[in-house]
Write a protein that binds this ligand. Structure first.
Ligand code: COA
Length: 305
């Protein structure tokens, strides 16, 4: 077995000490065709670039071009080590201009020792991967009763689910990472059939009208995000939306209660989701529902050109 690079071993030990749940810190994959390795004192990194076709649904979730750095730092001064790694990476990108291009660095949320290096170079936390261990008790939000009926979504709900899903994308797009593109509406319509078929999906009816959705990818579909945490099996909560007219009355809490009961009964160890850090509704909502940040994506848009 190949020896683990000492920087990677130090990084993994530091992260494990502050957050045993944060996954994916043990190694770095070998560079692929679009990727490069960089190394400075006490830091190693892998760089990659995503170039998305604007006609695809993936282009909704980020800018069209995203340069990524996957870093590992050790030594006595993690901030200085990450700073040097970032400077080496950024020097190689100095000619890059936007629009619709950005930089992204994912970092374990609780490993705060190094992150000042990101802030000082203009990066801001944009998206967290948050996790809820199975059975985590929420802090006692009242669940809506009476006018609200929760039920499993059927194919007959596809139109309502598409409408609410599109509203969710539009809400998230306000924060400047998710983007509502000309192709987004079609993309949702085309992908929703298989997404609903492969997911656990519930709707909330309020006075007989579908006013909320929650969708969860079960473990076999959520493998793509399984390395975010060290526990398994995981499920991925991919969408959650309540119509503005019914917010603040416990509809969201009722939807999550149904989803969590199913997840806990299904043997899922951890449920994972993404939310925008600046989202003033979802960030406190998820914290009260037992979720907390595990990985934080720090981003910086490139100047338009
Ligand atoms: C996040 C979201 C789904 C929550 O749905 P919701 O139905 O408003 O959620 P709840 O009503 O259960 O809880 C929200 C608030 O209402 C309060 N509340 C809950 N039940 C209540 C009741 N019976 N009476 C009065 N207030 C109540 C909660 O305490 C909570 O308080 P807050 O406003 O201080 O946060 C909703 O805000 C939304 O769709 N946001 C936009 C899209 C989004 O951010 N989705 C998540 C992306 S990851």
């Amino acid at each position: 077995m190949a020896a683990v690079h000492p920087v990677i071993a130090a990084h993994a030990a530091r992260v494990r000490a502050v957050d045993p749940l944060a996954g994916g810190q043990v190694g770095l994959p070998a560079p692929g065709p679009n990727e490069g390795a960089i190394e400075v004192a006490d830091a190693v990194g892998l760089t990659s670039v995503d170039r998305l076709d604007p006609g695809t649904m993936n282009a909704t979730w980020s800018p069209l071009v995203v340069h990524r750095l996957w870093g590992r730092v050790g030594g006595r001064d993690p901030e200085a080590a990450l700073g040097a790694l970032l400077d080496r990476w950024l020097a190689g990108l100095s000619g890059e201009r936007g629009p619709d291009k950005a930089l992204a660095v994912q970092w374990p949320s609780r490993d705060t020792a190094a992150v000042r290096a990101l802030t000082m170079r203009g990066f801001a936390p944009m998206v967290v991967t948050a996790a809820r261990p199975s059975g985590a008790v929420r802090s006692g939000l009242p669940a809506a009763v009476g006018r609200v009926r929760m039920r499993a979504a059927t194919q007959a709900d596809t139109g309502d689910v598409a409408r609410l899903y599109e509203a969710l994308v539009a809400y998230d797009a306000q924060f400047g990472w998710v983007t509502m593109r000309p192709s987004t509406r079609n993309g949702i319509a085309e992908s929703l059939g298989s997404l609903m078929h492969d997911s656990w999906c519930w709707v909330a009816e309020v006075d007989g009208v579908v006013a909320g959705i929650v969708m969860v990818e079960p473990p076999q579909r959520a493998r793509w995000v399984a390395s975010a945490v060290t526990t398994s099996p995981i499920a991925y909560l991919s969408a959650m939306y309540a119509d503005p007219a019914v917010r603040g009355q416990g509809v969201g809490a009722a939807m999550v209660a149904v989803a969590h009961a199913h997840l806990d009964a299904s043997g899922v160890a951890t449920t994972v989701l993404h939310h925008a850090v600046p989202n003033p509704l979802s960030a406190p909502f998820w914290a009260r529902q037992g979720y907390r940040p595990v990985l934080t994506q720090w981003v910086r848009h490139l100047p338009p050109g």
